[in-house]
Design a protein around this ligand. Structure first.
Ligand code: 4NP
Length: 159
C-alpha cells in the first residue's frame, strides 16, 4: 500500500482538487486497493469546512466531486504517509520546518516535480484571491502532474 497526502495552505482549493484528480486516475488504473489518498493544509483558517465553492464548481464541470473537509497537517502525520506532496514552495518550506526526522523530510515532494516538462520548482498557483480562471488552471496542472505521479507510484509498486 502506498499512502499519499496532498498539502496546500487552506486545504479548500488546491489539495482537495489534486486529491480528487488523483483518485480518479488511481481508480481508472485499477490501483484503488494499492494507493490511499488524503489531503491537508498547513493553515487552520478553514478547518472542517468543505472545499471552496469555486473549486468545487470547476471540478464538477470535469465530472469530479470534491468530497472533503479541511484538516490540518501536523508533524505527527508524516508517519501516516509515504509521500507528502506540496502544491507550492511555501507549503514545502512549511512542511520542511515541521518534519520531525530526516526520513520525514525525504517524503516531501512538489506536485509539479512529477509533471513531465515542468521547470524545477514549478508550483500550483494559489487561486484563492484570483479570478475564476485560476481554478481551471489548477485543474489543468493537477491533471498533468497527477498523471506523472501515477507513473511514479506504478514504478514504486513494481519495485
Ligand atoms: P488552498 O487555497 O491553499 O489552495 O486551499 C487557499 C485557501 C484559503 C486561503 C489561502 C489559500 N486563506 O488565506 O484563507
Amino acid at each position: 500500500m502506498l499512502r499519499v497526502c496532498f498539502v496546500c495552505l487552506g486545504n479548500i482549493c488546491r489539495s482537495p482538487t489534486a486529491e480528487a484528480v488523483m483518485r480518479h486516475l488511481v481508480r481508472e488504473a485499477g490501483l484503488a486497493d494499492r494507493v490511499t489518498l488524503d489531503s491537508a493544509g498547513t493553515g487552520d483558517w478553514h478547518l472542517g469546512e468543505p472545499p471552496d465553492r469555486r473549486a468545487a464548481a470547476a471540478a464538477r464541470r470535469r465530472g469530479l466531486e470534491l468530497d472533503h473537509r479541511a484538516q490540518l497537517f501536523r508533524g505527527d502525520d508524516f508517519a501516516r504517509f509515504d509521500l507528502v506532496v506540496a502544491m507550492d514552495g511555501s507549503n514545502l518550506s512549511n512542511l520542511e520546518a515541521m518534519a520531525p526526522t530526516p526520513a520525514a523530510r525525504d517524503k516531501l515532494r512538489l506536485l509539479r516535480s512529477f509533471e513531465p516538462g515542468a521547470a524545477p520548482g514549478a508550483e500550483v498557483p494559489d487561486p484563492y484571491y484570483g479570478g475564476p480562471g485560476g481554478f481551471d488552471e489548477v485543474l489543468d496542472i493537477c491533471e498533468a502532474a497527477c498523471r506523472g505521479l501515477l507513473d511514479h507510484l506504478r514504478g514504486q509498486l513494481e519495485a
